[in-house]
Design a protein around this ligand. Sequence first.
Ligand code: SF4
Length: 308
Amino acid sequence: MIEQINKLRKEKNAVILAHNYQIPEIQDLADFVGDSYGLSKEASKTEADLIVFCGVHFMAETASIISPDKKVIIPDPEAGCSLASSITAEQLRNWKAEFPDAVVVSYVNTTAEIKAESDYCCTSGNAVQVVNAIPADKKILFLPDKFLGRYVAAVTGRDMEIWNGCCHVHEKIGDINFNEMYEKYPGAEFLIHPECGCSSSCMLKSTMYEDCKNLKIFSTEGMINFVENSDAKDFVIATETGILHRLKKAKPGRNFYPLSENAVCEYMKMITVEKLYNSLLNETVEVKVPEELAAKARIPIQRMLEII
Ligand code: SF4
């Protein structure tokens, strides 16, 4: 099947993009592995005719919004996101009606419809910068991740209303006692990858509790650079466990421990090699955001890109 995938990708001039949380076999087959923002950038500059997006649905939608001329397909359209599903466009319109002068900042883990109703998008890595760029007298409606919202409010001190959404992976992680982890792995580096709701609660904790003072927050590339240049033998990683595969490949011989074994996103694991093969063979399932909606959704993304 892997041989067939390699043959098809050449014949069809396809690029395979895989999120850091995909299963190891998919990551190894991909042309690029990264976070949703990094993959969107790859999608926008690729020369390929076909983009196979191995991630969850809103990420493939974002690739379609940014690259309207490319055909974007996802191997399993049921690969959703509990965080993106935690607010509908109608709920957002009602919320905006309650605070008509507020500025809406949406985390990128949202559907195209939500982006189209937003003033700014942000990633977890740039949310503080985006909020700080908005005039200080403006109230902010932040959605959908309550942990990321509370983190940003704590760091910026801004007047913010925060949507009560979160990711189900966080619920499975439970309440983490960082002190226990420090005792278990003395000398380890504690790294948070700030993508997805599964790690935003750790970011919030890092502002609230003394025992989190050694935590370091990194983007994917920042995390890999840090690991490559660190002399530490042990690393504790606070995010979805799929990223451990990439870190182990980047620095063989070191130990990488998940902060929680339960930090697994089932949606991300829905993409299999067989589904990837069928998707490439049949060029299904296409994810195409209608141009009128895509044009509106591009505005908050563009505003974010102008700030960072
Ligand atoms: S980890 Fe959570 S926020 Fe990330 S894709 Fe899965 S459900 Fe969505």
